[in-house]
Unconditional design. Structure first.
Length: 121
């Protein structure tokens, strides 16, 4: 059985994963998410994945700019919530692919490896 991230990364090359701590309206489309990526992360870099969750943390959107266009993936848990940081003083986090694999299935990804935290200015 293939996981969500295996399917995603076999189609889309992801070199960096960024997570936004601020809740996102899940009705947002590509243009709204691109605007949010620019506001929070400075710009949409090719082959970078930007993750956003709703306030209840049971839905997630993944925005990827691949150098040619944009991808938008949605994930919803049928039970439970994603382990999402809510410290709004730290607006963004980086994570590795192993942490991303844990996050998308609802596991506590913060316990896997070292997490880099980027403080907002």
């Amino acid at each position: 059985m293939r996981t969500f991230t295996e399917g995603l990364t076999s189609v889309i090359r992801i070199e960096e994963v960024w997570l936004s701590t601020e809740p996102m309206d899940m009705r947002a489309g590509l243009d709204t998410l691109l605007t949010k990526v620019v506001l929070v992360f400075g710009s949409a870099q090719p082959h970078h994945a930007y993750l956003f969750a709703n306030a209840r943390a049971n839905r997630m959107k993944v925005f990827v700019q691949d150098g040619y266009g944009m991808w938008l993936c949605t994930r919803r848990l049928s039970e439970g919530t994603f382990s999402w940081p809510r410290d709004l003083k730290l607006l963004k986090h980086t994570m590795n692919m192993e942490q991303l694999r844990a996050l998308v299935v609802g596991l506590p990804w913060q316990r896997i490896g070292a997490m880099s935290v980027i403080k907002s200015v």
